[in-house]
Design a protein around this ligand. Structure first.
Ligand code: IMP
Length: 196
């Protein structure tokens, strides 16, 4: 069985391929499958957007497609940037988004935040599987570390003094929102395939 990863985000693709390798299935990105697609993320929740992205790739290629919709929810900002994390303030680079976040939190003591990931797989027969994972932490005052992507340099993992950008890819996959969601997803996918 082959699964298409419906994403153009290199950081996400790397993490998703590493974790889903244990499925023993062929996992290829939509661009490797020859599909150039950027689905409109019109959903109001991570779940809705993950399904929109997976369904668009599945319908285009007639193969099962997996998508992640994820983001950062900051308590003091009422859950923002949330589903708008990739488009925060209309910024076009990770660095601009991180700087905007730090600016919006200037003088704010409550730095609590969480990363959320929802994984969806849509099959050509219309069936869908979803799984959600969360990871708690706090927003730092300055970026630290070179690893990861997105908001990783300003997200300090709860119970550690390290940002997501200061840990190895393996350590990140073990504790991250995406790692957690993918492990639940993997279980659900095995159950789904066993029932077929
Ligand atoms: P989308 O799911 O493609 O809409 O984008 C999610 C956005 O949330 C990314 O572009 C990042 O800005 C942010 N994000 C999601 N997961 C992570 C992560 O693991 N680390 C850092 N930022 C993340």
């Amino acid at each position: 069985m082959r699964y298409i990863l419906a994403s153009n985000n290199k950081g996400k693709l790397k993490e998703m391929k590493a974790i889903l390798a244990s499925l023993g299935a062929d996992i290829i990105s939509q661009s490797e499958a020859g599909l150039e697609l950027e689905a409109d993320e019109t959903g109001k929740t991570f779940e809705e957007n993950a399904i929109i992205k997976a369904r668009a790739a599945c319908e285009a290629l007639h193969e099962p497609a997996i998508a992640d919709d994820s983001g950062l929810a900051v308590e003091a900002l009422g859950g923002a940037p949330g589903v708008y994390s990739a488009r925060y303030g209309g910024c076009t680079t990770d660095e601009e988004r991180v700087n905007l976040l730090l600016k919006n939190l200037e003088g704010v003591k409550n730095r609590k935040a969480k990363f959320v990931s929802c994984i969806a797989c849509v099959f050509p027969n219309g069936d869908a599987i979803t799984a959600r994972g969360e990871c708690e932490g706090t927003i730092t005052f300055l970026p630290r570390g070179e690893g990861g992507f997105g908001y990783d340099p300003v997200f300090e993992l709860a119970g550690t003094e390290k940002t997501m950008a200061e840990i190895s890819p393996e350590e990140k996959n073990a504790v991250s929102h995406r790692g957690r969601a993918l492990r639940i997803f993997e279980m659900k996918l095995r159950e789904y395939n066993a029932d077929k």
